[in-house]
Ligand binder design. Structure first.
Ligand SMILES: [Zn+2]
Ligand SMILES: [Zn+2]
Length: 442
């Protein structure tokens, strides 16, 4: 064996070790550099992102009617080289934009909402600040894509547009069932808030059912021949009386609230149709299901008492939120690093949102970054107005930088992604009646 080759063979293990060591040493600075690049690329889009949010503020569209918002958001994604499919899961205003670099690698999915609230007089408005979510998610997705392209980092970036967060039935559940999120490693979203905070790790939040009870009777002249009528409003009133009695015996953490959505048109006409719409909630799905059975029995009994018929429609189910420390803590640290306002160090519990269902199926985070004054109520005109002011622009841009940074970490750091997935697996199933007191906060 020639001396040169023998020497190379002797040195090979040592060279490998040196190479491995240098890779390890370089890993952290490289990640810092890539993240800094991504943040700069978000910053470079700032003006465009502000304009997008401002445009949606001026052109608010309620759930399932967000046609212009979808055109605006998907237009920007197409311009930036994403493949876009509109109308996924049979929902006209749902979309999925995808980008793939190389083969293999993790898939980061940014989730964006864009529906406005139905306001007084039927006028829509962005009181839940969903007009900031698209710009934040798109800014991050485009920045991450550009960093991956420049550095030949394999992986996928998705932007999934989920309509109608404010109106049941929950669109995300339908998209989940249709497999729209299948293949995603981590789901990332931002939601505007009065403070910058993080969720306490583990299961939290309140599960909820929304159900309509439509009673059908028979109209008649209320004075001339009331004996020919079957009063549907009587059934609704009896239902409310029975629910009030039931409320005394439900678990302390449970809630029931309802309104009458149809109650007749004139006092001198026996109402042939009347309708009640109820939400009932509890920290466990198990108990909400039990409440649902009792509510249905109450409605059927009210129908029986009045000789009417009842049609029961459950039009939305919400689930518990699963928060992962690996995502929450890092996102919170980045938010502070990038200058998020109104930082609240106290970890929070999740609320009732259709994002919660996704968090139980995939590792996921919905960031809360300050984007409105602390004392501005949720779903208020003041919250909507904040989206076009300095505070809204600033919060949205910080959120976009946090989302981009998390994307870089997930795509480039296999150990970090594994820690997220391990924590997700360890969380186990959502709380039951037997376990919820130990794990659920609200
Ligand atoms: Zn919202
Ligand atoms: Zn809302």
């Amino acid at each position: 064996m020639p001396v040169g080759r023998r020497l190379r063979r002797l040195l090979a293990p040592a060279l490998t070790l040196v190479l491995l060591l240098s890779l390890t040493i370089q890993a952290a600075p490289r990640a810092d550099k890539l993240r800094a690049d991504a943040v700069a690329l978000v910053e470079a889009q700032a003006q465009k992102l502000y304009e997008m949010g401002d445009w949606m503020y001026k052109n608010p569209e309620p759930g399932y009617h967000e046609f212009e918002a979808v055109k605006l958001l998907t237009g920007y994604l197409k311009e930036n080289g994403f493949n876009v499919e509109v109308g996924v899961a049979g929902l006209e205003t749902a979309f999925k934009a995808t980008f793939q670099q190389g083969s293999g690698g993790p898939t980061v999915a940014y989730i964006v909402e864009y529906d406005a609230l139905r306001g007084p007089g039927g006028k829509a408005f962005h009181g839940c600040q969903h007009n900031l979510q698209g710009p934040a998610g798109l800014g991050a997705a485009v920045a991450l894509k550009q960093v991956m392209e420049k550095n030949k980092i394999p992986g996928c970036v998705w932007v999934v547009g989920t309509p109608a967060e404010e109106i049941p039935p929950p669109a995300k559940g339908k998209m989940l069932a249709a497999g729209v999120f299948d293949g995603a490693d981590v789901l990332l979203m931002f939601h505007g808030s009065g403070t910058t905070s993080r969720l306490a790790p583990g299961w939290s939040g309140v599960t909820l059912d929304s159900t309509r009870y439509l009673f059908k009777g028979k109209s008649a002249h209320a004075s001339g021949d009331p004996w020919n009528g079957l009063d549907a409003l009587d059934a609704v009133r009896l239902m409310f009386a029975a629910v009030d009695a039931y409320r005394e015996h439900i678990l302390p953490d449970a809630r029931i609230h309802g309104v009458i959505t149809k109650g007749g048109d004139a006092p001198n006409v026996i109402p042939s149709v009347a309708e009640a719409d109820f939400f009932y909630r509890h920290p466990t799905r198990e108990y909400v299901d039990k409440m649902g059975e009792r509510m249905a029995n109450i409605a059927r009994a009210a129908a029986m008492m009045t000789g009417t018929e009842v049609e029961i429609t459950n039009y939305g189910k919400y689930y518990n939120t699963l928060a992962l420390a690996a995502l929450e803590e890092r996102a919170f640290a980045y938010a502070k690093q990038y200058g998020a306002q109104a930082v609240d160090e106290e970890p929070k519990a999740g609320g009732s949102t259709d994002f919660a269902e996704l968090s139980g199926k995939f590792p996921a985070i919905s960031l809360s970054i300050a984007s409105k004054p602390k004392d501005a109520a949720g779903h208020s005109v003041e919250a909507a107005d904040a989206t076009v002011a300095e505070i809204g622009h600033q919060g949205m841009l910080v959120a976009s930088k946090v989302l981009a940074s998390l994307g870089i970490d997930i795509i480039t750091d296999a150990r970090y992604l594994k820690s997220i997935k391990d924590e997700f697996k360890k969380a186990g199933p959502a709380p039951t009646l037997a376990t919820y007191k130990k794990v659920v906060r609200w």
